[in-house]
Design a binder for this molecule. Structure first.
Ligand SMILES: [Mn+2]
Length: 359
């Protein structure tokens, strides 16, 4: 099978020509990995209309040569800004940079080093837009990452006995990810017991599990560079009627949002589908975050599945659908799946059971 990087660079280079940029600075590791395969965490990729140059320091030069094909790799001399500046000053032209990724200080240093022959132009989110539309092989990889995350979550349920600490469960989840071949967790694993689960992004603590508590497990694995993200909610004991009712409402909201997913539908419409169901159950005010987010090389990327988002889904988008309700002092309920957008619908990548798990 051919490598995907050359084609991605060619697509971006066509964009540069269209935008009349001679170069684009790629300053973010996920972006340069996407374009070259380079896994180092320091350096800069300078994409020109017909060539690509990776400028890295001594820790990464051998790695850059080994991992990339058709990319010139240049060893950094002095600071990164000096090296990139010298490279650009020798060529001149109109250089695109992403103001969301370069600090004011870095831009000042680059300007000074590149001199007056270089014009600077804001070029926001070019690679991110390309990354949002996954190729078939990327979706296949994300399916594997999602399956692994679901398996780890199901295995972790066995630990949920009264007395265990949130941190112990989180440690076991992280261990199981790596044991099963994942690179590392995609984000800090969330294990939240009882009233802690009312915080959507609770951090695991030394709190011990009690009977008749809710448990929210939210975890993601990075497998073959791609992230997964899954959440399930558990009740320790037999759940009272109101917990069942809340969980059913969240399940219904999740199903409505997934049913709304297909190419051509706006992200705001998907978000509204979940919100409408929760409003019908008078739970809307307890749903305190967006319905989902793009997922890929990073755990949060384009597109955002939030209220009012006009951006339309296209085939190849991979997003999370994760409605939840958070009742202060009692607990939270969230169900999260990863979904690939198809022309006529959605392909669900995560597979663990979605009903309320009582243990
Ligand atoms: Mn998520």
């Amino acid at each position: 099978m051919s490598e995907p990087f050359t084609g991605r660079r060619q697509e971006l280079q066509a964009e540069l020509r269209k935008r009349r940029l001679t170069h684009l600075l790629v300053t973010q590791p996920a972006n340069w990995f996407y374009l070259t395969g380079f896994t180092g965490e320091a350096g800069m990729l300078v994409l020109s209309q017909h060539s690509s140059t990776l400028i890295t320091d001594g820790r990464f030069t051998a790695q850059a040569k080994k991992e990339t094909l058709g990319v010139r790799s240049v060893g950094q001399k002095g600071s990164l800004a000096d090296s990139v500046g010298v490279f650009l000053s020798a060529r001149g032209g109109r250089v695109g940079f992403d103001p969301g990724q370069l600090t004011v200080g870095q831009l000042q240093l680059l300007r000074r080093a590149a001199g007056t022959g270089v014009a600077w132009a804001e070029a926001t989110g070019y690679v991110e837009a390309q990354r949002a539309q996954k190729e078939h092989q990327e979706v296949v990889q994300m399916q594997a990452a999602a399956t692994l995350a679901g398996d780890v979550l199901m295995a972790a349920l066995k630990l949920l006995k009264p007395g265990i600490r949130e941190l112990e469960v989180a440690a076991e989840i992280d261990y199981q990810m790596r044991y099963r071949g994942a690179g590392k967790p995609a984000f800090e694993t969330i294990v939240a017991f009882g009233e802690h689960s009312a915080y959507p992004h609770a951090r695991p603590t030394a709190k011990r599990l009690k009977k008749n508590e809710l448990v929210v497990l939210d975890l993601g694995a990075i497998l073959g560079h791609y992230c997964s993200d899954i959440t399930r909610t558990v009740f320790v004991g037999r759940a009272p009627a109101r917990i069942r009712r809340w969980h059913r409402a969240v399940q219904e909201a999740r199903s409505a949002a997934v049913a709304a997913v297909r190419a051509g539908v706006s992200c705001g419409e998907v978000d509204a589908a979940a919100r409408r169901v929760l409003a019908g159950h008078r739970l809307e005010r307890y749903f305190v975050h967006s319905t989902g987010h793009g997922l890929g090389l990073e755990v949060h990327e384009e597109p955002r599945v939030a209220r009012g988002q006009k951006q339309q889904l296209v085939p190849g988008n991979v997003i999370t659908i994760e409605p939840g309700v958070y009742i202060p002092d009692i607990g939270g309920i969230r169900i999260e799946d990863d979904v690939a957008v198809l022309a006529g619908g959605a392909q669900i990548l995560t597979s663990a059971p979605r009903e309320l798990i009582e243990i």
